[in-house]
Design a protein around this ligand. Structure first.
Ligand code: SF4
Length: 303
């Protein structure tokens, strides 16, 4: 048996479920039970009746799965896979901002540590950020950590979104995907529709036909009359697009790679599942305080 077959056999034997983010390596996507963006995976984590969830993604995602399912075991094979953007915001920075804006609710992007989520009023993702912000009865909102997502949402509302921190960003979308990259693909493929993730820079957002989350890109590729797309997000989404919607053409940005997302390999998955030794844990107080803003997001998203 090769390693993929051994993982599938272990999964069956132990009743585990593998959740994988859309940016995971192709071989990991291939053995996952569910693929999705972080909002999608949050819903899945809540709906599953398996006792053990194996999470292929980065730390904040596995933390969220545990926060929503404290009675379950969440195995996190790539224990050192963090999101550098999540690490740009600290609980102390949130507390300091709350002192300056005592009446402003705190909306945090899901790409934050559990310790930061414990200080939020509600969480959002790139798929629901505008809906969450506009549902709040507040003129001023503390919003973080992604400055480009903040820019995109702020452009759709009269509410004031105060950034926390001032300069949070994702190195894949903010640095590795440049305006020049997109312009050069547009010149080579003028017929292609441009889909950009809201973590991209305002200059890239301005070039896009649609600004959408990764699941939004899948939906757009399925429903749009366009036959080809320039995909401005982590390149591995194109693997899923080609597999699920093969009749259309996708142009990725080859160097748009999230190194932390690639820390989950078939070997780390197998080891975590065989030994059950990489279980996510969080302090009880953080677990309880971080659950409320996540559940509030799920409730507002379902409306
Ligand atoms: S793609 Fe960016 S936001 Fe997503 S996990 Fe990687 S560094 Fe974080």
């Amino acid at each position: 048996m090769d390693i993929s077959e051994r993982i599938l056999a272990l999964k069956e034997q132990k009743g585990m479920v593998i959740l994988a983010h859309n940016y995971q390596a192709p071989e990991v996507q291939d053995i996952a039970d569910y693929l999705g963006d972080s909002l999608d995976l949050c819903y899945r984590a809540q709906e599953l009746d398996a006792d053990t969830i194996v999470f292929a993604g980065v730390r904040f995602m596995a933390e969220s799965a545990l926060i929503l399912n404290p009675e379950k075991t969440v195995l996190f094979p790539a224990f050192d896979a963090t999101c550098p953007m999540a690490d740009m915001l600290t609980p102390d920075a949130i507390i300091a901002a709350k002192k300056r804006y005592p009446d402003a609710p705190v909306v945090l992007y899901g790409n934050t540590t559990a310790a930061c989520k414990a200080h939020a009023d509600v969480i959002c993702t790139s798929a629901n950020a505008y809906r969450i912000v506009s549902s709040l009865d507040a003129d001023t909102i503390l919003f973080g950590p992604d400055k480009n997502l903040r820019h995109w949402v702020a452009g759709q509302t009269d509410q004031t979104l105060v950034p926390i921190p001032d300069d949070g960003y994702c190195y894949v979308h903010n640095v590795r995907i440049t305006e020049e990259d997109v312009r050069s693909l547009m010149a080579a493929h003028p017929e292609a529709a441009v889909l950009a993730h809201p973590e991209c820079t305002p200059a890239v957002q301005d070039l896009a036909d649609k600004i959408v989350s990764t699941n939004g890109m899948l939906a757009e590729a399925r429903s749009s009359p366009a036959r080809s797309f320039i995909i401005c997000t982590e390149r591995e989404l194109c693997y899923r697009l080609r597999k699920e919607i093969p009749e259309k053409t996708y142009y990725e940005i080859p160097h748009a790679v999230c190194d932390d997302m690639k820390k989950t390999t078939l070997a780390t998955l197998y080891e975590a599942m065989a030994t059950e030794g990489r279980a996510m844990t969080l302090p009880r107080e953080v677990l309880e305080r971080a659950r409320r803003p996540l559940e509030r997001m799920l409730e507002l998203s379902r409306r």
